[in-house]
Structure formats: structure tokens, C-alpha cells
Write a protein that binds this ligand. Structure first.
Ligand code: HEM
Length: 131
């Protein structure tokens, strides 16, 4: 039986495993590696803060994810397939490492934030688009 996500160390394990997949992914890897040229030493701790705040209300994350992704979309257009792939990798990583209420909750939150982000980003400059 796998354990549930209980603390920041577990979130760190999850996020490190997720971005290891993301970085070498054929569909979305280039957005991180070549377009945003992510500084991972800075980005990973921000992502631990983001998810720790969502699961455990630590209020440690100070950032604006919507703006970050709007900017990315200006540099290189995002599409529905990118969001689908991101979510699939996220869910697969959670399921590989954890199970339990928090594991379910983090997948639900990822889905709802990704859905909102996708609508905002993909309709930002196209009032006719329905998604
Ligand atoms: C198409 C899917 C996605 C792509 C390609 C993507 C890519 C990126 C990139 C390139 C950055 C900037 C990293 C940097 O320069 O340091 C970023 C930041 C971030 N992403 Fe995503 N992302 C995606 C979906 C999501 C989703 C669904 C979530 C949340 C559920 C999320 C949460 C965040 C957060 C919290 C940040 C940090 C924002 C900040 O520092 O203010 N991303 N993302």
C-alpha cells in the first residue's frame, strides 16, 4: 500500500518526480527547456510552496500563476493538448507514488486550476474562442 501525501517532504518528492518527466516530455518539455528556459533551482521550491499552500494552507506561495502562463503563451502559443499532457503526467506521477485523500485532493485541484488556466490563457486574445 502506498502512503498518502503528508508533508512538504512528500510534496517535494512528488514535484521533483513530476518535473523530471515534464523536462523530457516530447509534447511539453520544450516549453520549459527552450521557451521559458526555466531556472529549476528557483522554480522547484516555488512549486513546493504552491502545492504546500494548496494542501496544507501554509500561505507560503507568493506568485501569480495566471500571469506566468499568459506570458509563456505570448512567447510560444499553448494549446489544449499541452494542458491535457501536463495533467496526464501530473496524475500519473501522483498515482505512481501516493494514494489517499490528499493524493485525490491534489489531482482534483490540479484539474480545476488547469481548467481555469486553460480557459483564461486560450481565450485571452480570442473573444470568439469557446475554449
Ligand atoms: C500547458 C501546461 C503548462 C505549462 C507548459 C506550464 C509551464 C510553466 C512555465 C514555463 C513556468 C515558468 C517557470 C519559470 O520561468 O520559472 C510555469 C510556472 C508556474 N506554473 Fe505552470 N505550466 C503549465 C500548467 C500549469 C498548471 C496546470 C499549474 C497548476 C495547477 C501550473 C502551476 C504553475 C505555477 C504555480 C508556476 C509559478 C508561477 C510563479 O512563479 O509566479 N502550471 N509554468
Amino acid at each position: 500500500m502506498k502512503k498518502d501525501i503528508r508533508n512538504r517532504a512528500d510534496i517535494q518528492q512528488l514535484i521533483d518526480a513530476f518535473y523530471t518527466r515534464v523536462r523530457s516530455d516530447e509534447t511539453i518539455g520544450y516549453l520549459f527547456n527552450d521557451v521559458a528556459k526555466v531556472n529549476w533551482e528557483q522554480h522547484l521550491p516555488r512549486m513546493y510552496d504552491f502545492w504546500e499552500n494548496i494542501l496544507f494552507q501554509t500561505a507560503s506561495f507568493k506568485g501569480n500563476p495566471m500571469v506566468a502562463h499568459m506570458q509563456l503563451h505570448q512567447l510560444s502559443p499553448l494549446n489544449a493538448a499541452h494542458f491535457d499532457r501536463w495533467l496526464l503526467l501530473f496524475k500519473a506521477t501522483v498515482d505512481e507514488l501516493f494514494e489517499g485523500d490528499m493524493a485525490e485532493l491534489i489531482k482534483q485541484r490540479a484539474l480545476s486550476i488547469a481548467t481555469m488556466m486553460r480557459i483564461k490563457v486560450l481565450t485571452a486574445n480570442d473573444p470568439k474562442s469557446i475554449i
